[in-house]
Design a protein around this ligand. Sequence first.
Ligand SMILES: [Zn+2]
Length: 265
Amino acid sequence: MIQISTAAPGVQRWRFWTRVSRSFGYDVSAYALDGGVLIDSGFRHGWKGERQHAVQWAGKLCTLTHHDEDHAGGAPLLASHGARILAPEGARPLLRVRRDLYPYQRLVWGTPRPVEAEPLPEMVPYDGRILRVVATPGHSHDHVVFFEPERRWLFSGDLFIGVRLRLARRHENLPQLINSLRSALALEPDIMFDAHAGVVSHAGSALGAKVQWLLDLQGEARRLRTSGHSVPDIRRRLLGREGPITWMTFGDFSKENVIRSLLGE
Ligand SMILES: [Zn+2]
């Protein structure tokens, strides 16, 4: 399903979900800008029965924030209907091949078909304005955000998601994410268009709160580590027990990943 709403003047929010993704409490949003730029592309299962939106995007651009299957999974369908796909340099080799995904990823999102993406330029022109491409690694190595300087709009992909990060995937690099959140803060964004949190009106304070949450957690974790506590023990003290999501994802999502990454272990 794609649920379409107006996020701001000239910006539509395309919210992708299925019954299965909802049962996991999960949806993801792409943003369609007047002038023909779609930022991210949803996931493959979310496009079932929604082909008309891909037809409507023929000849237009789809720019991806990163390669994750819930952001890039719609790109092959859009490309097959004549849209141009632009992706960060680190994402392009991953998008070109059929990747092995965990069973939970195949079930909830679907395996993306391979797609050939063009490289992203530093600036994407649209509708008399520009989108600046800003590298923000951490959530994934290839992650970028798009900043529209005139209105101080930040299209943040998976940079933010929420303040209190308690779960991370194995490959996430949280010290890098802290630096990227700071780079985004330095842009002084006004409104943030997030793939999961939706439209966040006080972007600066939200990003600042997330930096603070991560720094506090890192400080506590380091203190406990120095006094000889194990990583699972630190996880239990600071974030509590692992939940069902950890065993459903074979440990790909866990609280322990958060602690390990913040400690650089
Ligand atoms: Zn992601």
